[in-house]
Write a protein that binds this ligand. Sequence first.
Ligand SMILES: Cc1ncc(C[n+]2csc(CCOP(=O)(O)OP(=O)(O)O)c2C)c(N)n1
Ligand SMILES: [Mg+2]
Length: 486
Amino acid sequence: MAIWLAGRRSADYFTKTLMSTTFRSLRTSATAVASFDDSDECRGSFRKPYSLVPCGNSSSAAVFRSRRFESSKPGPQLDFFSSDDDEEQNQGMDFPGGRIGFTSEMSFIPESSEKRVQCYRVLDDNGYQLSSTISQQHVNKEVAMKMYSGMVTLQTLDTVLYEAQRQGRISFYLTSFGEEAINLASAAALSPDDLIMPQYREPGVLWWRGFTLEEFVNQCFGNKNDYGKGRQMPIHYGSKKHNYFTVSSPLATQLPQAVGAAYSLKVDKKDACVVAFLGDGSSSEGDFHASLNFAAVMEAPVVFICRNNGWAISTPTTEQFRSDGIVVKGQAYGIRSIRVDGNDALAVYNVVRVAREMAVTEQRPILIEAMTYRVGHHSTSDDSTKYRPVDEIEHWKTSRNPVSIFRRWVQRKGWWSDEQETEFRADIRKQVINAIQEAEKTEKPSLENMFSDVYEEVPLNLKEQERFIRDTVKRHPQDYPTDVPL
Ligand SMILES: Cc1ncc(C[n+]2csc(CCOP(=O)(O)OP(=O)(O)O)c2C)c(N)n1
Ligand SMILES: [Mg+2]
């Protein structure tokens, strides 16, 4: 369904963006909306979620009318929800949340719709822009080139640090291969004031905001320049300066936190939203569902970006859910949602830009499902060829490679050349290697950091553990690293 997405500001970049796609709750049901008393008095407020006091008139039928949140107004009504029978419709029941029509037809809502939700895209796999999107506005040269150089930087950082882990120089690593477009295009579409709640496969967003190669590498080496003071595994980046919350390993914990933070932005009337990244695997966690519901009810300005890369380590999405992916779950919770080609940087940029604008100006959550593929192993602790065909990996690595697709587009625009590509890749590789050499020479945080920063005053049991470890290191120095100051 083609929808004009009305922008909020007349001069807005996206006012005339036509997206042939599904921000699913933009469709409305005339019947359901007509029965809703929309007077100011009755309109929902985030402080008073429900009122059983009749609004408008005081007839007994109105007793169950309630305040209704914008986000929970009946949105898209699939055909099977409504009946053409006016008489039956008129015999509705007033119920908190809106009037419900009766029907004599007994029909169960099907478990799935006939057609899968379509995926918004702008570029084809050869980097040609689809003619139907030509009238849409896209990134300018400056933004496009920063996006592209970010994708190459991320690929290079991943390649070199992955090798460093294989050489035993760091303990662990996790690449973002195949998901570079989601990383850089979403970052480009946001405002620096928007708070990022990452999962772990989004370091490109942090790079976009100015985190340096040295900062990435110091974290992976856990040296004394690592902001986490060496207490976290590699890739657990975070930066207060860049509004990027620290990665935390337990899946989906960032999601309820994102809703809470978004609600606080709302209370403070900030011109910003929270952007929470998650994988398809995290959508199988209870926290995901609680967060979507909570965000919808509280009308929190949060954009959930789900990277559906087909796998949660070795568990394919087909073993995780029976629904049409993640996008359809938004509507169940009353959240506007869209599916986008996660390997098409222009499409991701457009969608995130509009989603962010809606989240902030309309104070509502948005769900984005970005279709992609995890080209690398889950992490250095995994060998994905044990559970998926090599052909499948190869297909996504070559034919659907997000970096190559975007490169073809920027080159066709005349903004990039093969010579620049070779030079840039060599330069970034050199910079990452230099950063590694420096990080390796830098000493580790001292032992006392294992016990500090949690309690204002270190409790007795921790003091005792510290004494114990110091004593053990003294007795068995050969078993402990020499670069950790005691
Ligand atoms: C609560 C919890 N359960 C299990 C794990 C182990 N685990 C780490 S990553 C992962 C897969 C996550 O998949 P997905 O969310 O799709 O992200 P992807 O790795 O594909 O980017 C699992 C099961 C964990 N870290 N936390
Ligand atoms: Mg996944």
